[in-house]
Design a protein around this ligand. Structure first.
Ligand SMILES: [Zn+2]
Length: 172
């Protein structure tokens, strides 16, 4: 094995390990938030809102649909958020500050995509100029490509953490 190949594999493994650790911590975070949500809704006063299974929620996020009813679109066009769900009327993002979450997802995705590309380029002994140009392009493209999903995933996250409340007359 050449030095470049060893280096490429090392980069690849490092990103994978760091990525897995990040995924595990995010999973635990969402799990705890979901538990809080469940506890809150066990109180007799609270309106019971049926929460769909995790798989259903994830599937809805992938299709960029409302996490609550699965009918209304989270976005119109490629980048624009809808204010309300056209299916159930839930307000997706109550405050403007919600942009930071999806932006972080965009950033992490772009970073991961470019780092993996970099590992491959190093493995095949590409020139430094090519490494810079290609990883840069992948980072920019990846960050833009993920945008609709980072927004719908964030909306799902807000719903799981109880940030999106469904009005009693809308809850079925
Ligand atoms: Zn809805």
């Amino acid at each position: 094995m050449t030095t470049d190949q060893t280096l490429g594999i090392t980069i690849f493994l490092t990103i994978t390990v760091v990525g897995l650790l990040t995924l595990i911590s995010v999973y635990l975070m969402i799990g705890m938030a979901a538990q809080d949500y469940g506890n809150r809704h066990e109180q007799p006063k609270a309106q019971p809102v049926a929460r769909p299974a995790a798989g259903v929620l994830f599937w809805r996020a992938m299709r960029r649909k409302c996490p609550i009813c699965g009918r209304g679109d989270v976005l119109h066009g490629y980048f624009h958020m809808n204010q309300n769900c056209s299916g159930c009327g839930a307000v997706f993002w109550k405050n403007e500050g919600e942009w930071t979450g999806p932006m972080l997802i965009d950033f992490i995705f772009a970073l991961a995509a470019s780092l993996y590309t970099w590992a491959v380029l190093v493995y095949f002994s590409y020139s430094v100029a090519a490494q810079l140009a290609i990883t840069g392009a992948i980072a920019a493209f990846g960050g833009i490509a993920i945008m609709p999903w980072s927004r719908s995933l964030w909306t799902m996250f807000l719903f799981v953490t109880g940030e999106i409340e469904v009005a009693p007359e809308q809850a079925k």
